[in-house]
Design a protein around this ligand. Structure first.
Ligand SMILES: [Zn+2]
Length: 433
């Protein structure tokens, strides 16, 4: 069982290196150490934390329980709100309850899935984990939220898409179980970003055109130069801050980052399939949790996706899912084909890879040390400055919807702005609402 954190280790390492305040440095170090301990911990699936709730079986709604770690590190902590209980005076408790509920509702109402396992699994969360803990994670059985370091990150329960991201790691665990390494790991990450964003869009009733397509827009503290942890609309533009570094995500295979850090760049190269989903949703219009979400959901849950699927495998599986759902000549199939071509995963005939497959010997992730992290950030920046296709800067008005008919798959003309026009995110947009 793998523990999935929302903030990747290279980002916390960068923060630790650049923080002037020794107390802050200690918080980042401690957050990293917690994360390393959890990563190394044996399977958490045998824990009986939620036993009092587990025998009730599926019901007509979600089954949630929120615990309070009271700034300690014992899990799951004290039960402070169970399903049907009224709101408490603790906003963080209520946000965890509401975020898990919104995620449950999206999976149930859009795709007919009852909870993470499809069988009404209890949605268990712990809030106020440790002091200054700058992360949130899914440990294989439950969600855990930190209150943030107070400088860069605030309360991690604030963004529904963060909660949705982590719970979707659970859905993937119960379905395609994509290996958390290299391209299959980046797909695992991307699927969590996609359904995390869909949970927020569904909760808000937003169309694809109206959605912000950001992950973690509400967890940055004021003063951070950035809008979120990641952007599906414009990967690589979510933040650019002297303390955080610059968002290293590529939006196109030409910017693919080869690295052994971060499990082979799972939080970095996920920008490519993320952007493909965004393009499909925008081409189809309406709600992204409609046809586009259904195609991705069926791909994830069909049982036909390999645990070691590459981007090309996944692209072809989404094409097959769209054909099954909507027919070979449908606009949905056309949109999926065009999107994967635009991000450079498929060539324009939609059947041939545009890049060689991954090496047959999968890269093994090394424990990410500082030097490696620096190398990673440098590689990411190099890729961004030379290899990625033009993309819109943040904060420009939403681009006009792509027409429903397939566009000529030419990434060079898909976005009118050049990288030279890339403007830095402004502090004022750091995401609280
Ligand atoms: Zn994740």
């Amino acid at each position: 069982m793998r523990v999935h954190h929302i903030v990747p280790p290279y980002l916390l390492e960068h923060l630790e290196r650049t923080a002037d305040d020794p107390n802050l440095r200690a918080r980042y170090r401690q957050s990293l150490q917690h994360d390393a301990v959890f990563r190394a911990r044996p399977s958490a699936t045998q824990r009986q934390d939620a036993a009092p709730f587990q025998d009730e079986g599926p019901t007509q709604g979600p089954r949630r329980v929120v615990h309070d770690a009271e700034h300690g590190t014992s899990l799951p902590g004290t039960v402070v709100r169970a399903e049907g209980d009224p709101a408490t005076t603790d906003l963080t408790v209520n946000q965890a309850y509401d975020g898990t509920g919104a995620t449950w509702a999206m999976f149930q109402e859009c795709f007919g899935r009852d909870s993470i396992d499809g069988a009404g699994l209890l949605l268990s969360s712990t809030v106020h984990f440790d002091r200054g803990y700058a992360n949130a994670f899914w440990d294989g059985t439950q969600m855990v939220f930190g209150d943030g370091d107070g400088e860069i990150f605030g309360d991690f329960t604030r963004s529904i898409d963060v909660t949705g991201h982590e719970l979707t790691h659970g859905v993937t665990q119960y379905t395609a179980d994509l290996a958390y390494e290299g391209q299959s790991g980046a797909l695992n990450e991307s699927i969590s970003d996609v359904f995390g964003s869909l949970a927020k869009q569904h909760h808000r009733g937003q169309s694809a055109a109206d959605a912000d397509w950001l992950i973690g827009a509400d967890i940055f503290r004021p003063g951070v130069s950035g809008v979120a942890l990641r952007s599906l609309k414009a990967p690589g533009t979510a933040y650019d801050d002297p303390r955080l570094g610059r968002d290293p995500q590529p939006a196109h295979m030409s910017g693919y980052v080869e690295t052994t850090a971060d499990h082979g760049g799972v939080h970095i190269n996920s920008g490519i399939p993320n952007h493909a989903f965004y393009l499909v949703a925008m081409a189809l219009g309406g709600n992204a949790y409609g046809d586009a979400g259904r195609i991705w959901y069926d791909t994830l849950t069909s049982g036909e996706l390999s645990e070691t699927a590459t981007f090309i495998d996944f692209a072809q599986a989404t094409l097959a899912a769209a054909e099954t759902l909507f027919g070979a000549d449908s606009p949905q199939v056309s949109a999926v084909s065009t999107a994967w071509t635009e991000v450079g995963v498929l060539q324009s005939d939609s059947s041939e890879p545009s890049q060689p497959s991954e090496p047959s010997e999968p890269e093994r992730s090394q424990p990410s040390g500082s030097a490696e992290s620096v190398e990673l950030m440098r590689a990411a920046k190099t890729a961004l400055s030379t290899g990625t296709p033009p993309r819109p800067p943040p904060f420009m008005p939403p681009t006009p919807d792509q027409p429903a008919e397939p566009a000529e798959p030419d990434p060079a003309t898909a976005d009118p702005d050049t990288p030279a026009n890339h403007s830095h995110p402004e502090t004022s947009a750091s995401g609280s609402d």
